[in-house]
Design a protein around this ligand. Sequence first.
Ligand code: TYD
Length: 138
Amino acid sequence: MTVKDVKIIELPKFTDPRGNLSFVEQLNHIPFEIKRIYWIYDVPGGEARGGHAFRKNEEFIIALSGAFEVIVDDGKQKKTFQLNRSYYGLYVPAGLWREMENFSTNSLALEFGSIHYDEKDYVRSYDEFLKLKSHGEI
Ligand code: TYD
């Protein structure tokens, strides 16, 4: 996997004077079966999270509220995606280093995962990530 496999996906949006509505479906807008949903909230403005890679877990990230950046890195190239609308999702395949930065105050990140939580799926050392990537092991 490379940063070219990371994709912004535009979600359906029903604009309505009563308030807008968007939705996501697994195996449709989200290209995997959803096994887990979690959210990141109450992040102090400017804080960073998520410096790690997943061996198997694929992710789909939505900025439900506010804005933040997702920086993806395949060991050769880095790419930054700004998420600031609730009708865009970011698909991040497994095997990429990713960080989340510059959270705006009161931002809310909703994340869908393709596997249940498993600490063994995390690579938390960037040096180890580079080693695994260069050996084609992630
Ligand atoms: P982590 O994924 O390391 O956070 P981030 O990448 O955003 O900095 O998760 C922080 C802690 O939360 C982790 O040590 C264990 C726990 N956790 C779960 O128990 N289940 C989950 O689904 C997630 C995402 C985290």
